[in-house]
Design a protein around this ligand. Structure first.
Ligand code: ASP
Ligand code: MG
Length: 413
């Protein structure tokens, strides 16, 4: 059993879907194909949610019609009947949106709507593959990947999911098509696993089905030592360890979702990152290896906010309040990217999400708090004095952390 994952960029148009067919058709092993929403559909569905939330029915409808038209023209181009998504569109119609939108929790509403992107994309792709001679089974992940009700960041119940998915796959055709990023609660509500969560789904399926490998097909040659949009010269890393991969993902490398590695490491399943456009190229592999990455790696984590806290009574933050601070941070779902402390202050760098304002209010009750927004965290692994000198030049650096091999700068964007 192998797991293949295709992201939204790979299936953003008909030629992408045809290329997916080529890759899937050339595989003879049992295969679960995990697919994201097509192109920028998730962002568009987020706009639908926001319009609903603001009670703006015409705006929600207009956004939805654009999404429908996009999928419909893709179905036409692939010569498949639009009927295959009609039951998914009726899931939207059955939501009690405008009468009771605010009796819903925002995050709950979000998951009911945004999950439709993956449901539509997989339905179209499954139908297209079938029509092209690849017999397959469409897996209904909201009923198979069981999660809790922490909407937008749902946690997977591995035992129940193992049973449900195991049963479904044992009855299925050799090829299965599954939605990434989405699952469902025991009460039948749809959930999402966090933006860009399809890689994580692929890893979970790899773990639950004890796959021989997981492959993420991407629009890059493999894992690069820097984002090619931000750096002119990049080089491909052929092979890296799970630990190194976790560090990269956590620092903000866009290549894989940070949660992806653990389910694979636990069962020693290799993760391949391969170029979608050139499917016989070797790409990169993350696996159990002692090999060290021998080029410096640059990772940017954008949209950061640096929060500095000092206890109002002048007590030592580290000794007396650390766990209290982190309880608040955790309860507000903040993602910490860096921590630094002095005798009476602690600074944390976090992703600047919509939860930050509430967390700041909560922290201000007990601490004197200052913050800076519009920041990025630059992590350089395998740094040298020359690199440090070069990267420090011309930047406004608010905070720096240095270990033997790694430098981290919080800089103005
Ligand atoms: N479609 C979701 C997103 O855009 C999940 C994913 O692509 O991995 O965030
Ligand atoms: Mg995506």
């Amino acid at each position: 059993m192998k797991i293949y994952k295709f992201g939204g960029a790979s299936v953003r148009d008909a030629s992408g879907v045809r290329n997916l067919l080529k890759i899937v058709a050339s595989e003879s092993d049992n295969l679960v194909v995990v697919v994201s929403a097509m192109g920028k559909t998730t962002n568009a569905l987020e706009r639908v949610v926001n319009a609903i939330w603001q009670g703006d029915a015409p705006a929600a409808d207009a956004e939805l019609q654009t999404i429908v038209a996009f999928h419909r023209s893709l179905a036409d181009e692939l010569s498949i009947s639009w009927d295959c998504v009609s039951d998914i569109l009726s899931l939207y119609d059955s939501l009690p949106l405008f009468d009771t939108a605010h009796s819903f929790d925002y995050d709950l509403l979000y998951d009911q709507v945004v999950s439709l992107g993956e449901l539509m994309s997989t339905r179209l792709i499954s139908t297209f593959l079938y029509r092209s001679g690849v017999v397959n089974t469409w897996l209904d992940m909201p009923h198979l990947l069981r999660t809790d009700a922490l909407f937008r960041e749902a946690r997977v119940d591995m035992n129940t999911s193992a049973r449900l998915i195991g049963e479904a796959v044992s009855r299925a055709e050799r090829v299965c098509i599954a939605q990434g990023f989405i699952g469902g609660t025991a009460d039948g509500l749809r959930t999402t696993l966090g933006r860009e969560g399809s890689d994580y789904t692929a890893a979970i399926l790899g773990n639950l089905l004890e796959a021989t490998s997981v492959t993420i097909w991407k629009d890059v040659p493999g894992i690069l030592n820097a984002d090619p949009r931000l750096m002119e010269q990049t080089s491909k890393i052929d092979c890296l360890s799970y630990i190194e991969a976790v560090e990269l993902a956590y620092s903000g490398a866009q290549i894989i979702h940070p949660k992806t590695i653990r389910p694979l490491e636990n069962k020693h399943i290799p993760l391949y990152v391969k170029p979608f456009a050139e499917h016989n190229a070797p790409g990169s592999v993350i696996c159990a290896t002692d090999k060290k990455v021998d080029v410096p790696v640059y990772i940017w984590r954008k949209n950061q906010i640096l929060i500095t806290l000092r206890a109002k009574d002048f007590s030592f933050v580290l000794e007396e309040s650390l766990s209290h601070i982190f309880d608040i941070i955790h309860a507000h779902r903040l993602k910490v990217s860096l921590i630094q402390s002095s005798a009476i202050t602690i600074s944390v760098c976090v992703d600047n999400t919509r939860y930050v304002a509430d967390a700041i209010r909560a922290l201000q009750q007990d601490y004197i708090l200052t913050y800076n927004e519009g920041l990025s965290l630059l992590t350089i692994r395998g740094t040298t004095p020359e690199i440090l000198e070069h990267e420090s030049r011309g930047r406004t650096i608010l905070l720096r952390q240095l270990t033997r091999r790694t430098a981290r700068f919080v800089v103005k964007e």
